[in-house]
Design a protein around this ligand. Structure first.
Ligand code: NCD
Ligand code: ZN
Length: 345
């Protein structure tokens, strides 16, 4: 196959940042995706509908001329999120999900939830309102091995949460392990997961290839090859429970390349193209369209897009860096080639 025309996809997990950083990155997503679920982990976090509405306007103001891109907003769940806040979110029609970060789990997760069970009343309200809960699924106990935090989270937090709230719709974000695949496949109705390009294309060896590689560091951290294979096999099987969520998470070069570098991989510049590589690697290109354009929209109860995008099998070189406000941004595959190219229409 040398050209692939598919329904325009959506990105169901994206970090767009704010200010000059937002202006630097949003065009990459808008060129590929019709819509994106925009993560609320700004500093300070987006915890109310008025804040989300204002953030949405800032995103729209940064869009390149002529771009049609719809930011689907989310709220950041904290220990003090009220039922009234959830009701206002639903009533606004702008908020499509509530993001649960276990406190301290990742970048800008300091304001996250310290005790999931303590919020059971709020989860019950979300289920009644039909608000989707998006979950960063890792325990934060520093005694738990970093490669085991996702599996531990399933057993101790996510599994029980889903049982306690049988009607809550849950997206297990950026899954990275065979355990997560198995959990999502076997879970009750209303449970789905997003998968990133980096977890499909790279294993943890990438972090240490010839030296330490901060641009491959993200959370959840890259896993072993057998886990990567399990993700690919899940997507090759075509279950509607899995859909595209890049977790593209830009950080300035200086913030990545320091003694304690930030977590986050930037992939928006080539996101769809990288997924095409991953699907092609297992002979599953015919499954790409549903993963990228149907399953997520169906899960969120939104219409599928009507227009299309075209990819051609024509290698191109990714720049070594992009401008990022006063700084620069090192993208995934920097200075290397990507096998598929997006044709601009
Ligand atoms: C994300 C970020 O930088 O905002 N980082 C990451 O490694 N994925 C936060 C997150 O989604 O965990
Ligand atoms: Zn994320």
């Amino acid at each position: 196959m040398s050209a692939l025309r598919i329904t325009r996809p959506d990105d169901w997990h994206l970090h767009l940042r704010d200010g000059a950083a937002l202006a630097a990155v949003v065009g990459f997503s808008a060129a590929r995706f019709a819509r994106a679920i925009v993560m609320p982990n700004l500093n300070p976090p987006v915890t109310s509908t008025p804040q989300a509405r204002a953030y949405r306007e800032r995103i729209r103001a940064c869009l390149p001329a002529g771009a049609r891109f719809e930011p689907l907003m989310t709220l950041y769940l904290t220990d003090s999120t009220t039922a009234a806040e959830l009701e206002a979110a639903k009533a606004s029609g702008l908020i499509h999900g509530i993001k649960l970060y276990p406190a301290g789990a990742t970048t800008h997760a300091e304001a996250g939830v310290t005790d999931v069970r303590a919020l059971d009343e709020r989860f019950a309200r979300m289920a009644e309102l039909g608000l989707v809960l998006e979950v960063h699924g890792e325990v934060t106990d520093p005694a738990v091995d970093i490669f085991e935090r996702e599996a531990r989270f399933i057993d101790t937090v996510l599994g029980p949460l889903i049982e306690r709230h049988p009607r809550l719709r849950v997206v297990f974000e950026h899954i990275t392990t065979a355990a997560a695949v198995q959990f999502v496949r076997g879970a009750r109705e209303g449970v789905a997961a997003t998968v990133t390009p980096q977890h499909l294309l790279l294993n943890r060896n990438a972090l240490f290839a010839g030296g330490i590689r901060p641009h491959y560091y993200c959370l959840p951290v890259l896993k072993a090859e057998r886990e990567r294979r399990a993700l690919l096999e899940a997507l090759a099987a075509g279950s509607p429970r899995f859909f595209l969520g890049t977790d593209s998470a830009p950080h300035a070069r200086g913030d990545k390349e320091r003694a304690c570098g930030c977590a986050g991989v930037f992939s928006a510049h080539a996101a769809l193209e990288l997924y095409a590589e991953a699907f092609e690697s297992i002979g599953a290109l015919p499954r790409l369209e549903a993963f990228a354009a149907f399953h997520g929209a169906d899960f969120y109860g939104l219409p599928r897009n009507r227009d299309a995008v075209t990819l051609v099998r024509e290698p191109w070189s990714v720049p070594a860096q992009f401008p990022y406000g006063a700084d620069t941004l090192v993208p995934l595959r920097a200075g290397e080639s990507v096998a598929w190219r997006l044709v601009s229409e």
